[in-house]
Ligand binder design. Structure first.
Ligand SMILES: [Fe+2]
Ligand SMILES: [Fe+2]
Length: 380
C-alpha cells in the first residue's frame, strides 16, 4: 500500500548491513560507522562471509525469515532480490507476505530467484499481485490470475498452503480488505481524496460481478479459501508446534497509525479484514501463546508489537522512494529473521509500533498531526 504515509523522525533502518554477498562487507562497514555515531539501535543483519559459512557448518537451528511488499516491478527492488546471497539462506525458510510484483512475468522471475536462494519459500498473494492492467488481456479477471500464480508456485516448489518445516508450523492465510474494518472516527473538514481516486486496486483488479471491494464479498471469498486448509492446520495444532501465520493484509486496526497521523487518513478503509483476525485467533487460540506470531504486510510500515498474546510483525521491502524517504536507503536491508530456534528479538527500530509502545492510541482525537495539517493546508 502506498498512499502518503507519515513517519516519526529517524535516520536509519533496523536492518543495516549488506544486501548480499557482494555488499556484505560494505554494509557491515557502514553499519559500524553508523553505530559508532549512535545513529543505529538495531542489530546487524549481515554477517561477514566467513561467519556465514560457520553458521551453516555448525548446523544452527531452523531459521525463518519474513518479507513483504517486494514490488519487483521496480528494477531497484528486483536487483535487491537478485543480490540476496545464494549461499547464506540455503538452509532457511522464507515467508513472502504478498505484493511480489504487478506483472505475472516479474512475479515468476522473483519467485524463481527466491526459491534458488531459500530452502523453503511460502507465499500468500497481495493486491498488486492480482492487478490485471498490464497483462495484455491474458487473464479474464483477478481470480484467474490468482489461479495462475498458485499454479506457477506449485511448479516452482513454492508453498501456498500450510506446512511443517523443521518443527515449525507455517500457515499462509488468504484475505482481502473491507471498508468496515475501519471502526475509528473519520477526519472531516479537509479535502481528502476518495478511495476510488487513491486506491488503484479499484481499477487495476478485475472481479467477477458477484465480488466487490466496496462490501465484504471479497473479504469473505478470500477468507473462505482458508477452509480448504483446515485439516492441515488441525494437524499442526495437534502436534503443539510453534506456529507462524502470515497474511498480506492487516488483521487489527491498531496495527496501523491513527488516521490523524496519516497523509491519507482513510487508509484504514483499504488495509484490513476482521475475518483475518478471527481466522488467526482460531489457529493461535483466542489468547495466543508465547510462541504465537502473525506476519503481515501491505501498509509498508515496519511493525513489531504484541497484542492480546500474539506477536504481530511487518517487515516490508517497500518502494524505493519510501526507503529513500523514510529508511535511509533500504537497499542495505535484508529479510528479517523472525524464528531461530524460537522467536527472535523484536525488529527494531519500528518507528510507529515503537511510538505506540509508549503513547496511548487516541482514535477520538481528530486533530491532524502537524505534518498532515501542513500538507492539507498546502492543498487548498
Ligand atoms: Fe505493497
Ligand atoms: Fe498491498
Amino acid at each position: 500500500m502506498v498512499v502518503g504515509l507519515a513517519t516519526p523522525s529517524g535516520r536509519f533502518s533496523r536492518r543495516p548491513g549488506g544486501g548480499g554477498d557482494a555488499t556484505a562487507r560494505e554494509g557491515a562497514r557502514r553499519y559500524s560507522t553508523c553505530r559508532r555515531k549512535g545513529w543505529v539501535v538495531g542489530r546487524q543483519q549481515a554477517l561477514p562471509a566467513r561467519r556465514l559459512s560457520l553458521c551453516r557448518a555448525e548446523g544452527f537451528a531452523t531459521r525463518v525469515y519474513v518479507l513483504s511488499d517486494l514490488h519487483t516491478d521496480y528494477e531497484e527492488n528486483m536487483a535487491w532480490v537478485n543480490c540476496l546471497s545464494t549461499e547464506y539462506y540455503a538452509n532457511t525458510v522464507l515467508l513472502v507476505a504478498g505484493d511480489v510484483a504487478e506483472t505475472y512475468k516479474n512475479f515468476v522471475t522473483t519467485m524463481k530467484m527466491l526459491k534458488d536462494r531459500f530452502r523453503s519459500v511460502f507465499f500468500v498473494p497481495g493486491n498488486h499481485d492480482l492487478w490485471c492492467r498490464r497483462e495484455g488481456g491474458s487473464f479474464l479477471h483477478s481470480l484467474e490470475k490468482l489461479n495462475a500464480l498458485l499454479d506457477v508456485c506449485r511448479d516452482l516448489g513454492v508453498e501456498t498452503g500450510p506446512g511443517i518445516v523443521d518443527g515449525v508450523g507455517i500457515v499462509p492465510l488468504y484475505s482481502w480488505y473491507h471498508e468496515s474494518f475501519d471502526k475509528e472516527k473519520d477526519i472531516s473538514g479537509f479535502r481528502i481524496p476518495s478511495l476510488d481516486t487513491v486506491c488503484k486496486d479499484f481499477h487495476a483488479c478485475k472481479w467477477p460481478h458477484e465480488l466487490s471491494p466496496r462490501d465484504t464479498s471479497l473479504a469473505q471469498y478470500f477468507d473462505s479459501m482458508n477452509d480448504n486448509n483446515c485439516n492441515s492446520v488441525q494437524e499442526i495444532q495437534e502436534k503443539s508446534l510453534p506456529i507462524i501465520t502470515f497474511s498480506h493484509y492487516v488483521p487489527r486496526q491498531e496495527l496501523c497509525p491513527e488516521k490523524r497521523m496519516l497523509f491519507y487518513p482513510n487508509l484504514p478503509k483499504i488495509i484490513g479484514s476482521d475475518l483475518l483476525e478471527t481466522r488467526l485467533r482460531s489457529i493461535h487460540g483466542v489468547r495466543g501463546k508465547p510462541s504465537s506470531c502473525h506476519v503481515f504486510g501491505h501498509t509498508h510500515f515496519c511493525w513489531d508489537a504484541e497484542v492480546d498474546g500474539i506477536r504481530y510483525v511487518q517487515a516490508p521491502l517497500s518502494y524505493p522512494r519510501e526507503r529513500r524517504r523514510r529508511m535511509n536507503g533500504g537497499t542495505d536491508w535484508l529479510p528479517f529473521c523472525i524464528y531461530h530456534g524460537g522467536l527472535t528479538d523484536r525488529l527494531t527500530p519500528c518507528w510507529w509500533s515503537d511510538y505506540y509502545s509508549s503513547n496511548k492510541r487516541d482514535p477520538d482525537n481528530v486533530d491532524l498531526a502537524p505534518w498532515v495539517a501542513k500538507f492539507y493546508k498546502q492543498q487548498r
